[in-house]
Design a protein around this ligand. Structure first.
Ligand SMILES: Nc1ncnc2c1ncn2[C@@H]1O[C@H](COP(=O)(O)OP(=O)(O)O)[C@@H](O)[C@H]1O
Ligand SMILES: [Mg+2]
Length: 503
């Protein structure tokens, strides 16, 4: 006799279950037929919705993921060891929600909003669905207010607008997290609420992030959502959606929010693991076929709402880790196509000491240009032109021994411009400081400064302006533009500065 086929087993089981539980409605209730690795296969539950929460005995909950005719796949939260075969499962009729609200600021929580920082209970009186349909076009308005990262190489060259999705991509240890953290730190005092979602990271790494944010006074307006490397795959999968809901609470109350997903490569791996356990057919690089949709419906929730909808915004930085700089792998290509641009970080630049290691030529921001303040766009145009000429010349200079004076001068200028684009970690700068720092480079006031002294010169220049000519910075803050007046004032100030410091 041959072994019964899978569908025959199902049929037998179904008959038996029907027999034992004739009084129960199998569309509302199911029975566990298989459990392991945080996933349960449940027979019945025919009316369950995708992403519905179902209840197991012993207070264990699960998330419905796979809807098939005979059975559903359920990702288990909590102590999944307590779920056994033949356990009964009930519908709750609710889709997954997480705790949201002001109480989450300053806190480290899991994706369900439960505290992980030992700082006591969080009032759970406000909840939001972890998954919502992204707002349509009519609820949106154009992105035209800047989200300042505080980093010269980004705010000048690839400006970000509130409501934008900008990918931060690069190999490991190229400064992706650093850019995200500096951006959070730079929101201090400007009312932008931040959420940092740590997915599949080591606990010690997350602890460092939290203490960094604390040290810079940034936890006051930030929530850290953690599903670390030891968390079950479903928790890691859920983390970005839950974090997004926590940020959306503010967005939909008319505020500006900023969220970091660190990172979606690990998120994709968690989703792949879950899908393999659910025995979904694997696709390219063994990722399930809907991984693109998984990331696009998350990132589509970035928004700048119309004024009728309160005018709030959600800006998102998804992070992606590449291997050997390969942005053509499946997940990077996907996320590049979903976002409004990318900041491309390069290991070589990082190792040469060019930090933040932004490859300016390969980085783009498709919507942020409209959001740049006028003073910055005045400088950025010039900067971009100079740098592209510099790159051409540099390639040419490699092959020719004697360059004419003009080319030499242009290379020298480029060297100094690149120096000014460097920036230490944890030192985000207000935009008017960025403008005056870049101004002296673009206007060729650094010609006689040694390349190695440029950064010290820049620092002294900023200190000088703050102590002697705060009025110029104040004027830039209010006019937001370079005018003949403040340019003249800046030019006079540079002369005065050089005399005083013997630059
Ligand atoms: N602008 C910078 N200046 C100096 N060090 C930096 C800078 N950016 C990052 N680093 C350091 O480089 C290392 C890698 O940065 P990290 O942000 O953790 O990289 P990733 O997230 O890409 O793995 C960290 O030790 C970080 O402190
Ligand atoms: Mg990192």
């Amino acid at each position: 006799m041959s072994a019964p086929r899978k569908d025959e087993i199902s049929a037998i089981l179904k008959e038996q279950i029907k027999g034992f539980q004739y009084d129960l409605d199998m569309s509302e209730i199911g029975v566990v037929v298989e459990v392991g690795d945080g996933i349960a296969r449940v027979f019945g539950l025919q009316r369950a919705m995708a992403a519905e929460i179902v209840e197991f005995p012993n207070n264990v909950y699960g998330l419905v993921l796979n809807l098939e005719e005979e059975s559903v796949g359920v990702a288990l939260f909590g102590e999944s060891e307590r779920v056994q075969e033949s356990d009964e499962v009930r519908r709750t009729g609710r889709v997954l929600e997480t705790v949201v609200g002001e109480d989450l600021l300053g806190r480290v929580v899991d994706p369900l909003g439960r505290p992980l920082d030992g700082k006591g209970d969080i009032a759970a009186n406000e909840r939001r669905k972890a998954e919502i349909k992204a707002p349509g076009v009519v609820a949106r308005q154009p992105v035209n207010i800047p989200l300042q990262t505080g980093l010269k190489s980004i705010d000048a060259m690839t400006p970000i607008g509130r409501g934008q999705r900008e990918l931060i991509i690069g190999d490991r240890r190229t400064g992706k997290t650093a850019i995200a953290l500096d951006t959070i730190i730079n929101q201090k005092g400007n009312g932008v609420i931040c959420v940092y979602v740590a997915i599949g990271q080591k606990n010690s790494t997350v602890a460092r992030v939290v203490s960094t944010l604390e040290r810079h006074g940034a936890m006051e307006y930030t929530t850290v959502v953690v599903a670390d490397a030891n968390s079950p795959a479903p928790m890691q999968y859920l983390a970005p959606y839950a974090g997004c809901a926590m940020a959306e609470h503010f967005t939909y109350n008319g505020k500006d929010a900023f969220i970091v997903y660190d990172d979606l490569s690990k998120h994709a791996v968690a989703y792949r693991e879950m899908s393999l356990l659910l025995r979904r057919p694997p696709g390219r690089e063994a990722y399930p076929g809907d991984i693109f949709y998984t990331h696009s419906r998350l990132l589509e929730r970035a928004v700048r709402l119309s004024d009728e909808h309160g005018g709030g915004s959600l800006t998102a930085f998804p992070l992606i880790e590449t291997k050997a700089g390969d942005i053509t792998a499946y997940i990077p290509t996907n996320v590049i196509s979903i976002t409004d641009g990318q900041i491309y970080l390069e290991g070589d630049l990082f190792n040469q000491g060019f930090r933040p290691a932004v490859n300016i030529g390969k980085s783009v921001s498709r919507v942020g240009g409209a959001a740049q303040i006028k003073a910055m766009s005045q400088i950025a145009g010039e900067l971009r032109l100079e740098l592209s000429q510099y790159r051409e010349l540099e390639a040419f200079a490699e092959f020719s021994a004697d360059l004419d004076e003009e080319s030499k001068a242009q290379l020298a200028r480029g060297d100094r411009l690149l120096e000014v684009l460097k920036q230490d970690q944890y030192r985000p700068m207000p935009v008017e400081e960025q403008v005056v720092a870049l101004y002296i480079a673009v206007e060729n006031h650094l010609a006689e400064v040694e390349v190695s002294a440029v950064r010290r010169f820049e620092e002294a220049w900023l200190r000088f302006l703050h102590t002697e000519h705060e009025e110029i910075l104040a004027d830039l803050r209010t006019t937001q533009a370079l005018t003949d007046e403040n340019k003249n004032a800046l030019n006079r100030a540079v002369v005065e500065f050089k005399e005083r410091f013997g630059g």
